[in-house]
Ligand binder design. Structure first.
Ligand SMILES: Nc1nc2c(ncn2[C@@H]2O[C@H](COP(=O)(O)OP(=O)(O)OP(=O)(O)O)[C@@H](O)[C@H]2O)c(=O)[nH]1
Ligand SMILES: [Mg+2]
Length: 301
């Protein structure tokens, strides 16, 4: 009999949660960036091996909510840790434990689910220092295990998988063996466009962006090759932001489109013809209605 279970990945923004999840399944499903608060939804991915199946639930970095979108993100994180078999708490490699991490510890202490502390970004520190960081975290709560890794380089990730399986019980598979995510390709395409905006634009602008796919259609060209026609709209909060997203002579929008197309083609394994549009919806992040309209709804899955 094989093992199976659900594992939530939690932690402060920017610690590498989405990078770890992509590394484990070997594909880019969750977008990543240097800017905090990249992930907005619960994203599930599926890892299946000879030993069994692990369903990972990536979450938005734990934050204090400032608007309706923030409320949604906080909700996505707290519901993710409810019905799981194990929690991975990712942290930066440091012995400084800030208010954000202390607040996470307080929440996790009350949870009945075992917590594995994962010290990420091992590639950025002197290996011998990791003991100091382990001791610092051990002082604030008890962990089932502590595993240092580098999600970026893939270091010690195999060991982490072994540790995860040791906490899972025998059980049925939740997804087909060849499934890697429950995210529809439409949604991944929208996220890949948002990722390019996050990476290419400065400061606060990308945080006020949502991306909606208007059309996604497959057709055969006259030469018999398959192609996806995708029309997508980038929604931003102000007219001045729209100008920046389009850029001088349309250069910025063109760059976002080019970079996104390459990734979407990889994901879809076909050619893609991508058209981007930009629309302003004033302060949409404060509107319950618009936040839901742009796909940020809790469906209690
Ligand atoms: N050097 C190094 N950088 C890493 C590692 N893991 C992640 N990063 C970088 O850290 C940044 C944040 O990574 P993400 O995976 O987007 O972080 P996240 O925790 O999902 O962030 P949010 O979605 O904002 O909560 C990116 O620039 C990654 O390339 C690592 O092991 N080593
Ligand atoms: Mg993320």
């Amino acid at each position: 009999m094989k093992k199976s279970g659900f594992v939530a990945i939690v932690g402060r923004p920017n610690v590498g949660k989405s990078t770890l999840m992509n590394r484990i399944i070997g594909q880019k499903i969750a977008i990543t960036s240097k800017k905090p608060q990249t992930t907005r939804n619960q994203i599930r991915t599926v890892y299946t091996s000879d030993e069994g199946q692990i369903v990972f639930v990536d979450t938005p970095g734990v934050i204090k909510s400032k608007n309706k979108l923030g409320d949604y993100m906080v909700g996505a994180t707290s519901s993710a840790v409810k019905d799981v078999d194990l929690i991975l708490w990712l942290v930066e490699p440091s012995d400084y434990i800030g208010e954000g991490d202390k607040a996470i510890a307080e929440k996790l202490k009350n949870s009945k689910v075992p917590v594995v502390l994962v010290i990420n970004k091992l590639d950025t520190i002197k290996k011998s220092d990791v003991i100091i960081f382990m001791d610092a975290y051990r002082k604030i709560m008890d962990f089932a295990e502590i595993v240092p890794i580098s999600a970026f380089k893939g270091e010690n990730v195999d060991e982490l998988i072994k540790v995860i399986f040791s906490y899972l019980k025998e059980g049925p598979y939740f997804f087909d063996e060849d499934t890697i995510t429950d995210q529809p390709s439409r949604q991944i395409a929208a996220e890949l466009i948002r990722e390019k905006a996050l990476r290419l634009l400065d400061k606060e602008i990308p945080h006020g962006i949502a991306v909606v796919i208007d059309v996604m259609q497959y057709r055969k060209t006259s030469s018999g090759q398959g192609i996806y026609d995708i029309d997508a709209t980038i929604i931003c909060e102000r007219d001045s932001h729209k100008g920046i997203i389009i850029g001088k002579g349309g250069q910025m929008l063109k760059k976002i489109g080019q970079d996104a197309r390459i990734d979407i083609e990889k994901m879809m394994e076909t050619k893609v013809n991508l058209h981007l549009f930009v629309k302003v919806k004033n302060n949409w992040r404060d509107s319950d209605y618009l936040v839901k309209n742009f796909g940020y709804k809790n469906d209690d899955k």
